[in-house]
Design a protein around this ligand. Structure first.
Ligand code: LM2
Ligand code: CA
Length: 641
């Protein structure tokens, strides 16, 4: 939690002091508001969004008083928190709480769970307009600082209707879209409160997954049942899943018999599987080493947290575990992103070995013994693939019938995974193809050729590009493109003078909040080029464009972002421009997409028409409608009529 909290000295500076708010000033043990803002901005600039752990069920525990981490005074026994301010009348009164001592002690009674004090923490009354407003002001301030969403701590201890009212007072993100919300509800089939009460409000923590995955790693035969609806587990579209969290890895909140970083081999398998499988929205934990369950983060003499240092081998120093840097964890994130939206196929689970494919986009295998050597059906297009967990040190060849020889031989990390379209280390720079940074992309086999359209017009013509890419709120898609520097003379790194850049004029698509960023970013964007933001191209709320902007579209009539051009589905990002076809290569031009600064992988095996030369980018035709898929050679070029 980034807000001001109590400073506990008995025991000495435990981690959990941060769960006892004193005010909503962004001044915590982690740093000042300026420091927090600097971190959030730096993360955002490289495509990492930050969400805040928000503690709004309660303020500090009874018996505590003095100065908070930001120097604000408070007194819990008097219910006095002048930093907000909250006073006695803003807390749940004793008569609303059916408990003999005022503390939560009957999980069978929602009034007890939600109106009484959680371990003596002074319980706010979120049914009050004033309390809701103060919490929403805190959220809105976080959004102003650049935050993209919220974990709602102790959501189980608040009424869903009150949370809804607070969410309704919380503004959209400046870049468009709602903030991300997930609700911490520990539902282990052991009380009156069910996760389903919170699913209309966003994602909900699914703590039963922690138990299920631990069971599955102990006995792979159980892995098919990690999502067990019969057990009350919520559906994939609402489940927020993780192998462990900051509480249960140390025996707090819903702990017990789980897998944590203390057992690295099991942990790697558990997280890799979680990222590979198609259940829920996944969170990866990153920890510090600890001996006792109260112990705070590695600290200096003054109890400020120690820096996270990085060792030569990429691991962390100074007492930080950094599980997120372990290959079977960090590298599997690319897998999860690449296979989003696909199902599980070719499932095989025998003798403590498990393997499966995700649509025609990825394949995953794991062997508890540490060794496996088998030919398996992967369901993937023929080609040579980079194995992700080994950082591409291993290559896997899929033959024309979709089979591959799969070998697992790293006993400490007995996991392999590969995806269509990556990794490439591609920069896409200047359309010159591979960046030569080691890892190579996959070339998938061409699918059925599509009948080709007529020749491109001579001069200016309306040109439409659509790229299917499933995104989340806060993600934006830009394209860069033009002609390859190796195929034309006179190309520079300046759009206005480069012979490889192609003049465009953006067509107006709409007004209203859905188009706000698109309209800003397309102002002053005069070329499709490889060089990012043009001189004079507009920013949106301090957020600069990284190429020619696309706008999110859907095929759902009446929804924001609906366009009749989209006859396909959700998440088809659209660019609709007049283009100077005389600057293309016989009507053809190259392009690639970036999402939050991240290039898509190299494209192989384009299936449309006959482009003038081969390239690692998408090929589009001036004067036509061009439909592509992120990280894929699949395409469709058709007449604009
Ligand atoms: C959560 N989710 O609902 C957090 O994930 C969890 O980490 C928080 O508990 C809890 N809710 C309240 O925000 C932690 C920790 C507790 C600790 C509280 C408050 O697990 O042990 O309680 O933070 O700092 C501590 C003492 C407890 C004492 C209480 C109040 O451990 O013995 O109760 O403070 O002074 C008298
Ligand atoms: Ca409450």
């Amino acid at each position: 939690p980034p807000n001001e909290h109590v400073v506990v000295t008995q025991p000495m500076r435990p981690w959990w002091e941060r769960y006892q708010p004193v005010s909503y000033k962004l001044h915590s043990r982690g740093g000042t508001e300026a420091e927090f803002k600097d971190m959030v901005t730096r993360c955002k600039n490289v495509g990492v969004r930050v969400y805040v752990d928000s503690v709004v069920n309660h303020m500090a525990g009874l018996g505590r008083q003095g100065s908070g981490s930001g120097g604000t005074s408070f007194n819990s026994d008097n219910f006095d928190f002048p930093g907000v301010p909250f006073r006695r009348e803003h807390f749940n009164s004793r008569d609303k709480c059916p408990s003999h001592d005022g503390n939560i002690n009957n999980y069978g009674d929602p009034n007890n769970v939600r109106n009484c004090f959680l371990v003596g923490l002074t319980d706010l009354d979120q049914s009050q307009e004033y309390v809701r407003t103060k919490i929403a002001e805190f959220y809105n301030h976080c959004i102003d600082v650049g935050v993209a969403g919220f974990r709602i701590d102790a959501a189980k201890h608040m009424w869903p209707g009150d949370i809804k009212a607070i969410q309704d007072k919380t503004k959209d993100l400046p870049e468009g879209g709602r903030p991300f919300f997930y609700h911490e509800v520990i539902d282990q089939n052991d009380g009156a409160i069910k996760v389903g009460e919170y699913t209309p409000l966003g994602y909900v923590t699914e703590f039963r997954y922690c138990q299920k995955i631990a069971e599955g790693i102990r006995n792979f035969g159980m892995l098919h049942g990690v999502y067990d609806p019969g057990w009350g587990m919520t559906d994939s579209a609402h489940a927020f899943v993780f192998v462990d969290n900051h509480d249960n890895q140390r025996g707090h909140g819903g702990g017990g018999n789980l897998i944590t970083h203390k057992h690295p081999r099991d942990y790697k398998m558990a997280v890799a599987f979680t990222l590979a499988y198609n259940y829920g929205f996944t969170r990866v934990m990153s920890s510090y080493y600890f001996q006792s369950s109260d112990q705070g983060p590695p600290h200096n003499g003054d109890y400020s947290a120690k820096d996270v240092t990085i060792n030569a081998d990429g691991s962390c120093g100074n007492g930080w575990v950094c599980e997120h840097r372990w290959n079977p964890i960090g590298n599997m994130v690319a897998f999860r992103n690449a296979v989003a939206g696909t199902g599980v196929d070719n499932w095989r689970n025998e003798n403590e070995e498990v393997s499966f494919s995700r649509g025609q986009k990825g394949f995953f295998a794991m062997a508890k013994s540490g060794h496996m050597d088998r030919t398996l059906h992967t369901g993937l297009p023929a080609g040579e693939y980079c194995e992700l967990v080994s950082d591409c040190k291993k290559k896997i060849t899929v033959d024309g019938s979709g089979n591959a020889h799969i070998v697992i031989d790293n006993s400490a990390e007995p996991v392999i995974a590969f995806i269509v379209g990556g990794p490439t280390g591609s920069t896409g720079s200047f359309g010159g193809g591979s960046s030569g940074s080691g890892s190579q992309s996959v070339t998938s086999a061409p699918a059925t050729p599509v009948p080709s359209v007529g020749p491109a017009p001579e001069g200016w013509a309306r040109t439409v590009i659509m790229i299917e890419r499933q995104t989340m709120p806060g993600q934006d898609l830009f394209i860069r493109g033009g002609i390859d520097h190796n195929h034309r003379q006179g190309c520079t790194t300046q759009a206005s003078t480069s012979a490889c850049a192609i003049p465009i004029k953006t067509l107006h698509l709409g007004t209203g909040s859905h188009y706000a960023q698109y309209n800003a970013w397309s102002t002053g964007d005069h070329y499709l080029d490889w060089y990012g933001m043009e001189t004079g191209q507009h920013s949106y709320h301090g957020h600069s464009p990284s190429g020619t902007p696309a706008v999110w579209t859907t095929n759902v009539e009446g929804a924001a972002g609906y366009t009749p051009l989209n006859t396909y589905g959700q998440h088809y990002w659209l660019i609709d421009v007049q283009m100077d076809c005389s600057r293309t290569e016989n009507g053809w031009f190259e392009l690639k997409a970036l999402v939050n600064g991240q290039w898509e992988g190299n494209i192989g095996g384009q299936t449309c028409g006959t482009p003038p030369y081969s390239s690692q980018n998408h090929w589009a035709k001036c004067g036509f409608k061009n439909v592509f898929h992120f990280n894929s050679g699949r395409c469709q070029i058709s007449d604009l009529s």
